[in-house]
Design a protein around this ligand. Structure first.
Ligand SMILES: Cc1cc2nc3c(=O)[nH]c(=O)nc-3n(C[C@H](O)[C@H](O)[C@H](O)COP(=O)(O)OP(=O)(O)OC[C@H]3O[C@@H](n4cnc5c(N)ncnc54)[C@H](O)[C@@H]3O)c2cc1C
Length: 334
């Protein structure tokens, strides 16, 4: 059955756009290639009682709009303040800068699950093609099924979106294409380390040092989301790009050597899983919170690369704005 809006991507921006459109009385259908909603709000189960956030680690709030939602999520005990700043590892405790770093009970992915609770989402479906029709759009997915909608809202990282449009034969107007092609993402090599024994990370359980190749090491147990001691490590974009094609063993060795200084005597890294994020955070963003394509049926682009903020707040604000823009585009097309 056709809906008003097809949304590709059930990350934070796609879910916020979906909720905005539902509030405006539109029907939506969201598709995601992942096994669960959330995209880069990613939490992995490790063993019997381990959990690791391996995408976004925490988020900050700069604007009043996200703050209103966060106040509500805190009242629901969904979101909590993990800390107010990080040590670079040289001191055990830092005064921080006073700005809250928020985390989600049970892992960052729980926020996406909460937002998706009353949204029609199909997961485990790669959208393989989108096509313009007389009255909007159709998409095809990896299960060979198709769906139709008057509007199409795209939220994957921009290189993936542009590849999908190009393979589908959808041609954007040159100015729109040039704007979107400028968006750039950095990669991130991520380690998920199972620890036997104890660790000694600065309070409240993480170190952040932008001078280091592996700039983030965090203890998911101290964070309060994991029973087992599971450490997450993140390498910066430069190191990740340079080492992207290295062997898995070499990458793991580099990530583990950044974790080892924080192990207490007698503790050891029992096992490390590697997660390679090709598109982790936007390095060059689009100034506006969304882009409405010119000269096509309603087609809106959104995600954390829009609005100049990046990160969780950027994805959140872009999703809201894109939902509103799609609502206006559908209303004026009636
Ligand atoms: C390692 C890492 C660390 C980070 N740390 C932080 C942090 O500490 N604080 C912070 O604020 N932000 C952080 N971020 C960034 C934050 O996670 C993102 O800004 C935000 O989650 C992006 O949301 P989004 O909806 O724009 O994109 P995404 O979450 O990427 O959502 C896009 C969705 O589209 C889906 N998709 C793509 N192509 C297709 C297709 N063809 N068919 C179907 N589905 C498709 C994907 O599966 C994905 O679910 C981090 C990200 C990473 C990867």
């Amino acid at each position: 059955m056709a809906v008003d809006v097809l949304i590709v991507g059930a990350g934070l921006s796609g879910l916020m756009a979906a909720r905005t459109l539902l509030d405006r009385g539109h029907s939506v259908h969201v598709f995601d290639k992942g096994r669960s909603v959330g995209g880069r709000l990613a939490t992995r189960r490790v063993g019997d009682d381990g959990l690791a956030d391996h995408g976004a680690q925490f988020f900050t709030v700069r604007g009043a709009t996200l703050q209103r939602y966060v106040d509500n999520w805190r009242a629901l005990d969904l979101v909590y303040i993990w800390g107010t700043g990080w040590s670079d590892g040289s001191v055990k405790r830092t005064a921080g800068d006073g700005h809250p770093r928020y985390a989600v009970r049970g892992g960052m992915n729980k926020l996406a699950k909460h937002l998706a609770s009353d949204v029609q989402v199909t997961v485990d479906r790669l959208v393989t093609a989108v096509k313009q029709t007389d009255d909007g759009w159709t998409l095809q997915d990896s299960a060979g099924e198709s769906a139709g909608g008057r509007g199409l809202l795209m939220t994957p990282p921009m290189p993936e979106t542009l590849e999908l449009l190009s393979e589908s034969g959808v041609h954007l107007q040159p100015d729109d294409f040039a704007d979107l092609r400028r968006i750039r993402f950095g990669p991130c090599l991520c380690g998920i380390h199972e620890i036997e024994g104890d660790v000694d990370l600065p309070e409240p359980g993480a170190m952040q040092d932008f001078q280091s190749d592996v700039y983030w090491v965090a203890d998911n147990r101290a964070k309060g989301i994991s029973g087992a001691r599971i450490i997450t490590s993140h390498a910066n974009a430069k190191f990740s790009r340079q080492n992207w094609d290295a062997s898995e063993a070499d990458i793991i060795r580099a990530l583990e050597s950044a974790v080892r200084p924080f192990l207490k005597p007698g503790a050891k890294i029992a096992h490390t899983q590697l997660k390679m994020w090709r598109y982790s955070v936007p390095l060059r963003t689009h100034a506006q919170e969304f882009l409405l394509a010119n000269g096509l049926p309603p087609l809106v682009f959104a995600g954390d690369a829009f609005g100049g903020r990046g990160r969780v707040e950027g994805a959140f604000m872009s999703g809201l704005a894109a939902g509103e823009a799609m609502h206006k585009a559908l209303s004026s097309a009636e």
